[in-house]
Each structure stands twice: as C-alpha cells, then as structure tokens.
Design a protein around this ligand. Structure first.
Ligand SMILES: [Zn+2]
Length: 53
C-alpha cells in the first residue's frame, strides 16, 4: 500500500504517487501555483531592487 501525497489516502499502486487522476490534477495545480508564486515573488523582488536604485 502507498499513501496518496495529495489526499493522504492509502491505495494500491507501484509507480504513482497519487491515488487517482483527480489527485494527479490537484498535484499539478498545486505545483503550478507554487511556480506562479515563485515567479510573482521574483518579479516583486526585482521591482523593489529597481525602485531602490
Ligand atoms: Zn489522492
């Protein structure tokens, strides 16, 4: 048994980290959001740098 990294449910699976395609979508959405946030933070950081210049 493995544990789904998204919903924490136990499931039968070998190569997957998630229990269903729904959780797979969810994980992708979370990853994408993290990436977006990182880009946003990066941009605001750059803006601050430019302002103080
Ligand atoms: Zn799941």
């Amino acid at each position: 048994m493995k544990r789904c990294i998204v919903c924490d449910k136990e499931f039968d699976g070998v190569s997957r980290d998630v229990c269903s395609w729904k959780c797979d979508e969810n994980r992708r959405a979370v990853l994408r959001k993290k990436l977006d946030d990182a880009v946003k933070n990066d941009k605001s950081h750059t803006k601050k740098m430019a302002k103080s210049d």
